[in-house]
Design a protein. Sequence first.
Length: 499
Amino acid sequence: MTTIQQSPALSEQAQNFWSREVHHLFIDGQMVPAQSGKTLTTTNPSTGEPLARFASGGQADVDHAVLAARKAFNGPWSSWNPYERQALLMRIADVLDHRFEELIQIEAMDMGAPVSRLRNTKASLMKMLAFFASQATSISGETLMNGIPGNVTTMTLKAPVGVIGGIIPWNGPLNSQFWIIGAVLASGCTAVLKPASEASMSVLRVAEILHEAGVPAGVINVVTGSGREAGNALAAHHDVDRIAFTGSTETGRRIIEASTVNIKKLQLELGGKSADIICADADLAKAVPGAAMGVFANSGQICFAGTRVLVQRPIVEEFTDRLLAFMKTLRVGHSLDSAAALGPVISQPQLDTVLSYIDIGRNEGAELLCGGKRMGNELRNGYFMEPSVFGGVTNEMRIAREEIFGPVLSILPFDDVDEAIAIANDSEYGLGGAVWSQNLSTALRVVQGVHTGTMWVNCYGYIDPLVGFSGTKLSGYGSKGTAAHMDTYLYTKSVYLQL
Ligand code: NAD
């Protein structure tokens, strides 16, 4: 594992952005301070240094933003036709295509993902925008037969659901916000976004850029601040119709409770502990890097990370040797270091949590095969963790049951495919999962047997909005992508028309 640190020059736009004294809320097309005047500080995870101050929104700011979103929902935006909303989404794609480097520099400094990784996410962002642009002109109801006497025509109409509260986690806000923004603009809804306090900056910057690109005032608003204050105020707000939440299962439970005040519709994308099953006949040249990056990408801070790597017993030794060799090729470094494949974890508390799981794993009897420590030398001030591998893990251990959300991979041996399926299913989560086998029958048996929202075969982590991605069990409900995603931003009206 090599560590280097070389910051390429920041773009002029990114420098201007970071030179602001305080980053205000974005409400009704304007930057406004929090009504309390309170601010929070965001830290650069690569250096541990404070990066910027931003507004700490509370109940009054959420009320202000929801009012702006409601006004916009009822205003001229409601008469934009589908082609106009589609053209807006296409224009946004064009603008973001040109502004992407500025945005990834902001994201890299704020949440720590390396620019090399973020650059690779541009294609998925463009696909997402193209998908939602296509959805804007695909909304349709049905004409239905009926058994009513007389000349009654019956049909369903689809209409935008109203004001959306979008609560966003810190592990990739630049891209993940577009699952909400895309659907909001395609459907004719409006939104108040509440990004995580650890990484809100790319969400604020995007809101400004969208406004410049022609999104009307009040359609997309951003209230930064803590989950306890701003997040809870949004989840419990009487005039928010629907919450799109991505985050931990624990917070998901609170959102459900808060939503009861006005029976909000919910989309919950929660945590995971996915199983990546490597069968004895797998092509290890592909399975080893695939399984490794299924965990270590984004320093393990991905909800569908395949952190339980189930390996069939005859190949455990060979798989492990090859994995440890692959680990030596992973460069960990500053998020602005173009050669770094992995960056830091988000914060000191997150680093402490991940390190505590190293102790937990050792105490439970697992064998630490590599990593396990905070990184030193020129990376010592950032929240850098050595990518770590545990061998000899059993599914009863806490490191196999709990979401660590850091660069820690566990190897669990299994004898036959039925046992692998049983281990994969012995989890309260059901988000992702994979099987690596050159035998299609074996692969399909695993796909059918594992109780999870998304399965990959001989690959890991592809997400395409045309295909979708969803969770089950404690990983939540509601699709990201496909027409099903759009449908949850609409409601259905049944119409009985007596002629
Ligand atoms: P988190 O639940 O702590 O926070 C998520 C968001 O909820 C943040 O904006 C936070 O401020 C807000 N929040 C916190 N408390 C709240 C409350 N009481 N009311 C309303 N909002 C509140 O999660 P995190 O630590 O930011 O993100 C990591 C978690 O997210 C992991 O569990 C990960 O698996 C999950 N995740 C899931 C997906 C998915 O698609 N399933 C994607 C990314 C992350």
